[in-house]
Design a protein around this ligand. Structure first.
Ligand SMILES: C[S@@+](CC[C@H](N)C(=O)[O-])C[C@H]1O[C@@H](n2cnc3c(N)ncnc32)[C@H](O)[C@@H]1O
Length: 448
């Protein structure tokens, strides 16, 4: 079957599997914040020596990027910084009290929104208070997302002094026509300058986010964007498929669907982008990610040490991930918990002395088992059963097996090069919760 026919067959709505079960399938009715705390404390007792991962969500942005699917709050009022930091620190203290100590932090990521909306001084105060006297784990992986348009030398230097060695710049596309459609502007010269500065300061891993399938995008513009990006030579490039979910993100209604490349056209953009990245020496890792052979993510991938969590791919693994801030998700291995989704609700919980947990899920034995296989597939491209593969899974995999997207041999399910693009579809075959309750309405963006 040609790639185009495969695309037509498999381009269905599919989750991105940053967790299993995926958020729409969490059994929130059976969940309480008290149970989350109980499971977290039990997991911490077991795993505290390895340290924890910490995600801090900083939701503010000065302007709305209309394509954006993340939890954001648009404002030009920087008076919001200090009250929000105050709430984050109270939340952190509540977790420290619950765990009976200040956990060792092995990985920290500042995401958004736009973390560089905050002044360098405010970020410094926040992070110093979080790390406390213990500071970060000596080998901690500390990273942040920066907008090339407002990341300053002070941001880079202050965070470097605190142990940050990785930065991810959101670029998306350099084509002025696309930038106008998505209301997000930065020139290659700006990105080149900030990347050069980050390297000079000592950052070891620089990532660019690019997206294919954006409104107004065409082959010529995408080729030019990738040419400019690889010319600057970041260590990693995330090449995401544009997730069109206007029923959740009203900003995406700023353009019409006829402006968005879809189906064969979108797939051709992905193929060409991938080809250019690979030719330029970037290795494809898991889903959406490309890295130079010298980058830690690639090294982790070759050593089978890649992990995937709510922050995406990482080379660090801890059993416990705590998410601070509005809409953040935490994971203690046996339970997920998500914070309130508006800044007002979040602050109300915290100022009332409560964790801001608003929904979650307690993982069952079956969830844990399926989660392990989905993680293996997303990170290594294969998974192994030492007992018989459940019939329901083999049955769902059969069409993909027939189409040569994977092989099944001696208990091993292995995604083939032809099946790489359809990794989300392969994982879907394992997703019992999705099959048990097919959604009435569309929940996820298309697989491609
Ligand atoms: C929260 S954004 C942060 C970017 C960073 N704060 C900045 O402004 O440069 C993280 C990344 O998610 C990706 N992203 C956001 N919305 C998306 C969508 N609808 N489809 C695909 N990727 C998306 C973008 O590549 C973006 O850089």
């Amino acid at each position: 079957m040609s790639e185009e026919s495969l695309l037509r067959k498999y381009n269905v709505a599919a989750p991105r599997y940053t967790s299993y079960p995926t958020v729409p399938y969490w059994e929130n009715d059976d969940f309480t914040a008290g149970q989350w705390q109980g499971r977290l404390v039990a997991a911490y007792e077991q795993h505290k020596s390895e340290g924890i991962s910490l995600y801090i969500h900083l939701p503010f942005c000065e302007s709305l990027c209309t394509y954006c699917g993340c939890n954001t709050r648009i404002t030009k009022n920087h008076g919001v910084e200090l009250p929000y930091i105050d709430a984050l620190l109270k939340e952190w203290e509540m977790y420290c009290t619950l765990l009976g100590e200040r956990p060792k932090i092995k990985e920290i990521h500042l995401g958004g929104g736009t973390p560089t909306f905050f002044s360098a001084e405010n970020l410094k105060d926040l992070l110093q208070a979080i790390a406390g006297a213990a500071q970060f784990h000596e080998n901690a992986a500390c990273s942040f997302e920066g907008h090339p348009d407002n990341t300053t030398e002070a941001h880079l230097q202050v965070l470097y002094n605190l142990g940050f060695r990785r930065v991810s710049f959101g670029i998306q596309d350099f084509d002025p026509k696309v930038q106008f459609m998505i209301n997000r502007y930065q020139t290659p010269a700006q990105v080149q300058a900030i990347t050069k500065l980050a390297r000079k300061i000592g950052y070891q891993s620089i990532n660019f986010d690019l997206i294919y399938g954006l409104p107004g995008q065409n082959m010529k513009g995408l080729e030019e964007t990738i040419r400019e990006a690889i010319g600057i030579r970041p260590d990693r490039i995330a090449f995401y498929s544009y997730a069109h979910v206007p029923w959740v993100k009203a900003g995406q209604r700023h353009f019409t669907e006829s402006d968005i490349p879809q189906g064969d056209e979108k797939f051709a953009l992905y193929q060409r982008g991938r080809e250019m990245l690979v030719t330029a020496g970037y290795e494809e890792i898991g889903m959406d990610h490309f890295a130079l052979k010298t980058d830690n993510l690639y090294i982790a991938y070759t050593e089978n040490k890649l992990h995937r969590n709510f922050m995406g791919y990482t080379d660090q693994y801890t059993h416990i991930l705590l998410g601070l801030g509005v809409s953040s998700i935490s994971d203690c291995g046996t339970s997920f918990a998500q914070n309130a989704k508006t800044v007002e609700e979040y602050k109300k919980y915290i100022n009332d002395g409560l964790l801001a947990v608003q929904k979650g899920h307690l993982l069952t034995e079956e969830d844990l088992y399926i989660r392990k296989h989905i993680l293996n597939l997303m990170c290594q491209g294969n998974t192994y059963f030492d007992t018989e593969i459940p019939a329901a899974i083999t049955e769902r995999l059969q069409p993909m097996l027939n189409d040569g997207l994977l092989t099944i041999k001696d208990g091993e399910i292995k995604i083939q090069p032809k099946g790489r693009t359809f990794m989300r579809n392969v994982c879907m075959a394992f997703d019992n919760r999705l099959w048990q309750k097919q959604p009435q309405t569309q929940l996820f963006s298309a697989a491609i």
